[in-house]
Design a protein around this ligand. Structure first.
Ligand code: COA
Length: 235
C-alpha cells in the first residue's frame, strides 16, 4: 500500500448532497448507544457485543476518536447536523485477505432505506481510494443481510468466497459472503450510475470539486494496526 493515509482532524469533513461525514468524537457515545445498541442493527454484525452497554459505546468512541496513525478511520455519518450512523475503514493485515482496508458501516433503524449508506459509502470510498493509494477495499456481509449486499452491489463490490463465520451477537456460525472492491470496479459502477442518471454527475464523489472534501491531510504512514475496538461497524 502507498505510504499515505487520510486525515482525521476533527474539522475534516466529507460532504455529499444530503450528508456530512466527520471524524467520530468521544461525545458521540450517547447517540451511538441510542442508535447502534439495538438488536435490529447489531444482529447483522460480526463482533459487536450483545447486549450492548453504554460503556461499549463510550469505549468505541474513545478509541476511535484517538486518531492513531495508521489506525481505523472512523467517521460519523451526519444528517442535518445529527449523527445517524458510522462508517469506517480498518486495516488489519492479521485477518485481512490482502493489503488495504476493510469497510464497515451502519445507520440507525429510523434512517434505513433512504439511500443514506449508499451515499455515504460512495463518498467515503472515493476519499479512501484518493487519499491512501490503496487499490482494493475489503468487506463482507452475512448472507441474511440483503440490504447490505445490495448496497455493496451498487458500489461495485464483487462477491468472493462464502464461508461459515462466527457471529458474536448470535453466538453461532452463520453463512457469510466475503466481498471486495477494486478501484476500477468502483469507478465503473459510478460511470454506470451517471449514464443512467446524468444529474448524478453533479453529485459524484469521483469528481473532487463536487465531493466537497474539506481539508484532507495526507501524511506519512509508518504504522502499527490499532485495536478495532469492541463495538462498531464491522461487517
Ligand atoms: C444494511 C444497512 C447499512 C443499509 O443502509 P441503508 O442506508 O438502509 O441502505 P440504502 O438505503 O443506501 O440501500 C439499501 C438498498 O437495499 C435494498 N433493500 C432493502 N431491504 C432489502 C431486502 N430485504 N432485500 C433486498 N434489497 C433490500 C434497498 O431497496 C436499497 O436498494 P435500492 O437503492 O436499489 O433500492 C442498514 O440497514 C444497517 O445499518 N443495518 C444494520 C447494520 C449492518 O447490517 N451493517 C452492514 C454490515 S455488512
Amino acid at each position: 500500500m502507498n505510504a499515505l493515509t487520510l486525515l482525521d482532524r476533527p474539522t475534516d469533513q466529507i460532504r455529499t448532497a444530503r450528508l456530512s461525514l466527520r471524524p467520530i468524537r468521544e461525545d458521540d457515545a450517547a447517540r451511538v448507544y441510542e442508535l447502534f445498541g439495538q438488536w435490529g442493527v447489531i444482529r447483522t454484525l460480526r463482533s459487536a457485543p450483545w447486549p450492548y452497554r453504554f460503556s461499549d459505546a463510550q469505549q468505541f468512541c474513545r478509541e476511535r476518536a484517538r486518531h492513531v496513525e495508521g489506525g481505523a478511520i472512523t467517521f460519523a455519518i451526519t444528517h442535518k447536523g445529527e449523527l445517524i450512523g458510522v462508517i469506517d475503514a480498518v486495516s488489519n493485515p492479521a485477518v485481512q485477505r490482502g493489503p488495504g482496508y476493510t469497510l464497515g458501516y451502519w445507520v440507525g433503524r429510523p434512517y434505513w432505506n433512504k439511500g443514506f449508506v449508499s451515499e455515504a459509502a460512495r463518498a467515503f470510498i472515493a476519499h479512501l481510494f484518493a487519499a491512501t493509494g490503496t487499490g482494493t477495499i475489503y468487506s463482507g456481509v452475512f448472507a441474511l443481510n440483503a440490504s447490505s449486499l445490495r448496497v455493496q452491489e451498487k458500489l461495485g463490490f464483487a462477491r468472493a468466497e462464502e464461508e461459515m463465520l462466527y457471529s458474536r451477537p448470535h453466538d453461532a456460525e452463520l453463512p457469510f459472503v466475503n466481498t471486495m472492491l477494486t478501484r476500477e470496479a468502483f469507478e465503473a459502477a459510478a460511470r454506470r450510475r451517471q449514464e443512467r442518471d446524468p444529474l448524478e454527475l453533479q453529485q459524484s464523489p469521483l469528481i473532487p470539486a463536487k465531493a466537497g472534501i474539506q481539508g484532507p491531510r495526507l501524511r506519512p504512514k509508518n504504522w502499527v494496526p490499532a485495536s478495532a475496538g469492541t463495538s462498531g461497524t464491522e461487517s
